[in-house]
Design a protein around this ligand. Structure first.
Ligand SMILES: Nc1ncnc2c1ncn2[C@@H]1O[C@H](COP(=O)(O)OP(=O)(O)OP(=O)(O)O)[C@@H](O)[C@H]1O
Ligand SMILES: [Mg+2]
Length: 342
């Protein structure tokens, strides 16, 4: 059974302008140990997909119109709130875009981490490694020990001293490491990371990605990594899903998608990545912008910007075609290949 199985997920968001259909039939199956990169232009629904898995989309204004999100066999859209809270602290870890919004500036890092560790330990006592009859004080001591060990693991020097600092006493890269430590303290099976390195400078980005990669190996994590950066995906991810205007237009093993990008949008994204060998001035940019989701174009949502669009593209939603093992594309021009079923 797949660890995560998102089926036909439709989500709308209500605002002053009306109701926008922001996720339009998302399908994504993630097996244990896979690292998925979710890419696409701003506003295409990457964060809402990640937030849906953690069930953190506020409803209202959000409304799930159809679909399911099975995590280890249970539909997250159906589990009671209390159970969802337990899953979030324990089995699904999360790191979001901006570190300053995730650590509370008025509490010491130790207090915040101990809180998370105690919460996870209440669901699964083995995390704190204390007997079930342990006193509050003993559990707190164990939680502090675990928090220090996690900070050490993510590369915070002198973790035992630094843990009592406030968030502002850490640099941006260090704060991001603290957040990663917090996300992993409950030993989750699935990590959802939304742009975890965007706010950091390039050399620190590389360190954090290296860290995530090492932790994935050590903890046998499964990851949904949301990013704008195709370079990150190429370095880190085993699989990639390309989103456009609320749809996954192409998905599959990263190697296959990079080698044979098939959807015109995926190709445009890849061509927009600068290469050192490129002649000055030859950088390709995709014209136009993501469609208005209050009144999406009929048929393929990419058709209005697609250099290869044909009349049939606007008449109906494109079927998904397998173009290689595990590699699927939603484009009328894509042709199924014989080895796709393998
Ligand atoms: N709370 C909300 N209320 C109304 N609309 C929303 C809300 N959150 C997101 N949206 C809309 O849903 C769409 C998808 O948003 P989402 O945040 O998932 O995009 P994204 O792919 O993560 O973009 P980015 O790369 O900029 O982070 C956007 O059009 C956005 O305006
Ligand atoms: Mg986002």
């Amino acid at each position: 059974m797949a660890l995560l199985d998102i089926r036909n997920l439709h989500l709308s968001m209500r605002s002053f302008d009306g109701e926008a259909h922001v996720l339009n039939g998302i399908n994504l199956t993630v097996e244990r140990g896979e690292i998925w990169g979710i890419v696409g232009e701003t506003g295409c629904g990457k964060s809402l997909t990640g937030l849906s898995v953690s069930r953190l989309v506020p409803t209202p204004p959000g409304r799930y119109l159809a679909g399911s999100i099975h995590f280890d066999g249970r539909d997250l859209l159906q589990v009671p709130d209390e159970e969802m809270r337990r899953l979030r602290g324990r089995r699904i870890g999360m790191i979001f875009q901006d570190p300053t919004t995730n650590l509370n500036p008025v509490f010491r890092v130790s207090e915040q981490m101990i809180d998370v560790a105690l919460h996870a330990g209440a669901v699964d006592p083995s995390i704190l490694d204390v007997s079930p009859s342990a006193s509050r004080r003993q559990r707190r001591i164990a939680a502090r020990r675990l928090a220090i060990a996690m900070l050490d693991k993510v590369g915070i020097p002198e973790a035992a001293d630094r843990i009592d600092d406030y968030p502002h006493q850490f640099s941006g890269g260090m704060r991001q490491r603290v957040l990663i430590a917090m996300a992993l303290i409950g030993r989750p099976d699935l990590l959802v990371a939304d742009e975890p390195t965007t706010a950091l400078d390039v050399s620190v980005q590389a360190q954090i990605l290296r860290l995530v990669y090492d932790l994935v190996q050590d903890y046998r994590l499964t990851v949904l990594m949301i990013t704008h950066n195709l370079g990150v995906v190429a370095q880190l991810c085993s699989h990639v899903a390309v989103m456009y205007a609320g749809n996954i237009v192409e998905a599959g093993p990263a190697r296959s998608v990079f080698k044979s990008p098939t959807h015109p949008y995926t190709r445009a994204l890849l061509e927009a990545v600068p290469r050192a060998s490129q002649k000055r001035g030859s950088l390709f940019g995709l014209a136009g912008s993501v469609p208005n989701l209050f009144a999406p174009p009929p048929g393929c949502r990419f058709a209005p910007r697609c250099p290869l669009a044909e009349p049939r593209c606007t008449s109906g939603f494109p079927e998904t075609v397998m173009v290689g093992p595990g590699h699927r594309v939603a484009c009328v021009r894509a042709e199924a290949t014989a080895d796709a079923a393998a």
